[in-house]
Write a new protein. Structure first.
Length: 316
């Protein structure tokens, strides 16, 4: 079922979460161990991230280095199929522009349609480690709005080979939104303009980057409504549970921690101290978002369920 229909049919805020495929060579059992404890909160859908290739240099001896492409976390599509089969919920694969040309994208979408996937989260992807700026594949999309445009066309039966009448796909498309702006955007308004382009191209729901200050989410929703973005905006939440998170999350995701929270975190000496503060903060955030009518609370689990479960237990 489509995310938009789940939201339309719900009388209250829904719970959902995101997982990441295991590192290559690791089994799927660990993933299930992270999902199982969260199923009691009846997630209608589970998101599965996509991780593109990276380049490493292998020492071949004699001073020679060979550039090798590796995918550390393959398996997004297989995991979606496994989740749908095992838990009877919708799985939402993330699909990115990076590493795909238009035909790769079309073929990936055909596979997903055959699997019975109803929703796609369409993203550009970050630059890979060896690039300072995002570089599209030869013949690939530069921006998520273009990828969304391609999916929308397939939803109308317009494939790349336009000569024939093709069976329309029926994907509900999601896009990413950034309450604190995307790190490359010149300012929040220009980012907002490009977010509107994604909605105009066919995005029917938005999932936000994680944030720790609810006021930023509420402002973001207001700004979206002002520029004519009227699709559901799903807040993304990530519990802070380790000392490392306090520097890693702002650096990696380009987000700020509010001062009240950072003051409390600075007093923490151990991971256990941080976890306590992080979970209390997460519960307050989630309670307020729910009470003010957020359509879904979407948790970034990074495959760890215990903190998310504590927050969800206090709220759902
Ligand atoms: P875009 O919407 O294409 O925007 C990228 C930048 O370009 C923004 O600064 C935007 O303002 C600007 N821009 C857009 N259009 C134009 C234009 N026409 N002209 C000039 N500038 C423009 N990454 C992964 O690799 N795999 C994942 O599974 C994944 N999941 C994610 C899930 C969520 C909910 C979120 C929030 C992010 C996720 N990401 C994932 C990260 C995402 O790929 C990066 O944040 C990426 O840098 C931007 O993706 P986007 O889809 O927002 O890009």
């Amino acid at each position: 079922m489509k995310v938009t229909d789940y939201i339309k049919n719900a009388n209250e805020t829904l719970f959902s979460f995101e997982i990441i495929p295991p590192l290559k060579g690791k089994g799927i059992e660990n993933l299930y161990e992270g999902i199982d404890p969260l199923m009691e909160f009846n997630p209608p859908f589970i998101n599965v991230t996509y991780h593109r290739e990276e380049f490493i240099y292998k020492n071949m001896g004699d001073g020679l280095l060979k550039k090798i492409s590796i995918k550390k976390r393959p398996g997004t599509v297989g995991i979606c199929a496994a989740i749908m089969h095992k838990y009877k919920v919708d799985a939402i694969p993330h699909l990115i522009c990076g590493g795909f040309n238009l035909e790769d994208t079309e073929n990936a979408l055909i596979d997903l349609q055959f699997l019975g996937v109803d929703n796609i989260l369409a993203l550009r992807g970050d630059p890979i480690k060896s690039e300072s700026v995002f570089t599209p594949s030869s013949g690939g999309h530069h921006y998520a709005s273009e990828l969304i445009g391609q999916i929308s066309k397939m939803n109308e039966g317009k494939y790349l080979d336009d000569e024939r009448q093709n069976a329309p796909t029926n994907f509900c498309i999601g896009a990413a939104g950034y309450p604190e702006k995307h790190f490359e955007a010149m300012n929040l308004n220009s980012d907002m303009k490009h977010l509107k382009e994604k909605v105009d191209a066919g995005a029917e729901f938005i999932v936000t980057q994680m944030f720790y200050d609810n006021a930023k989410y509420f402002d973001f929703v207001d700004k979206c409504r002002t520029v004519g973005i009227d699709v559901p905006i799903i807040p993304g939440l990530k519990p802070i549970t380790t000392l490392k998170h306090t520097t890693f999350l702002p650096k990696f995701f380009h987000i700020d921690l509010p001062e009240t929270l950072s003051n409390e975190l600075e007093k923490c000496k151990t991971n256990a101290d941080v976890r306590k503060v992080g979970i209390e903060w997460g519960i307050e955030q989630a309670k307020e978002l729910k009470s003010k009518g957020a359509p879904v609370l979407h948790f970034y689990t990074m495959n760890k369920s215990t903190a998310v479960k504590e927050i969800a237990s206090a709220v759902f």
